[in-house]
Design a protein around this ligand. Sequence first.
Ligand code: NAD
Ligand code: TDX
Length: 341
Amino acid sequence: MKNILVTGGAGFIGSNFVRYMLQNFDYRIFNFDKLTYAGNLENLTDIENHSNYKFIKGDICDKEFVESTIKENKIDTIVNFAAESHVDRSILGSREFVVTNVLGTQVLLDAAKNLGLEKYLQVSTDEVYGSLPEDKKEIKFTELTPLTTNSPYSASKASADLLCNAYHHTHRLPVLITRCSNNYGPYQFPEKLIPLMIAKATDGEKLPVYGDGRNVRDWLYVEDHCSGIAAVLEKGKIGEVYNIGGNNEWYNIDIVKLILEKLGKDESQIQFVKDRPGHDRRYAIDSSKIMRELGWAPKYQFPEGIDMTIKWYMENEKWWREVMSGEYMKYFEKNYSSKIK
Ligand code: NAD
Ligand code: TDX
């Protein structure tokens, strides 16, 4: 039986991953999370009493606490989700991104090295590859695409990836890296495109679309990201990078229109606002390596995934209304007040 430290397990993807692992494997899962604005234990109420689950409140930058947690709980594997994850926040201020995403990763890597862990998996992102041309649909990010970072968020995630690579080569640390495209699904914080638009459409508010709305993102249902990470953890070759994606590119404006249509709302709610500075034009992931080598494939196609997601937000209005109050509203004011044209 493995003892896995899942850092950032109270966030969107981390909480879905904790649930996925408890449902599909007989491993002990230790959820280590600082509970920043994005961490929410409400995401895990259904499994909080599971015999193979334990929550530990902690900061991945806290070397002593990370190391004592690993020793006390006989941790053999780390899966690192903990991060500042929102591009717009990294534009308003990048310090926390460097602290958690870079220094926090360094603390975890050192702990894994010093305590002789069996595996360390870094959850990274397609954003480290930069941006693709909109008109060359045949070009996608592969694992060999050079790293090109355009936002402070992507720069911090790429820095962490480079450190992981260095610890593997220099210290022979058994590292794996996954790079996934945009996720959607239950428990996503409503600062990200899809849940934000569902919330605003529901409330009859304006839906803020950046620039011309023709930026392209490649969407994957969150449970498919979780199954991809599990496949890499189980069967991935040490030292390798695996892209994960759904082969599912959408213009932002089309996603927004689809949400409005599904909620029976009018397109007059759309409001084009000033673009995100440095806004990457297109992301598209080539997942052929993980499909070919590890036999992974997404279970959910987009029409099904988006219906499940909208239904979840409709049935869990209390969850997102609570999340959107307080600190979040202050961020919203700061991010959008200067963008309205
Ligand atoms: P999220 O913002 O919803 O959750 C991040 C979690 O990390 C929160 O629970 C937060 O409390 C925790 N955390 C932050 N700083 C911490 C610290 N110093 N110590 C311990 N815990 C801390 O993020 P998400 O969308 O679930 O993303 C999870 C990971 O997946 C991130 O590393 C992100 O870069 C990566 N990723 C996200 C996407 C996406 O579409 N959301 C796509 C690809 C990769
Ligand atoms: O209000 C908005 N209006 C808008 O047009 C918001 C919040 C976003 N957008 C656009 C910007 C992007 O082109 O929608 C697209 C998606 O935006 P986000 O949801 O902020 O995601 P993105 O910037 O693509 O980054 C996401 O995918 C990669 C995650 O937040 C990252 O954590 C992940 O690494």
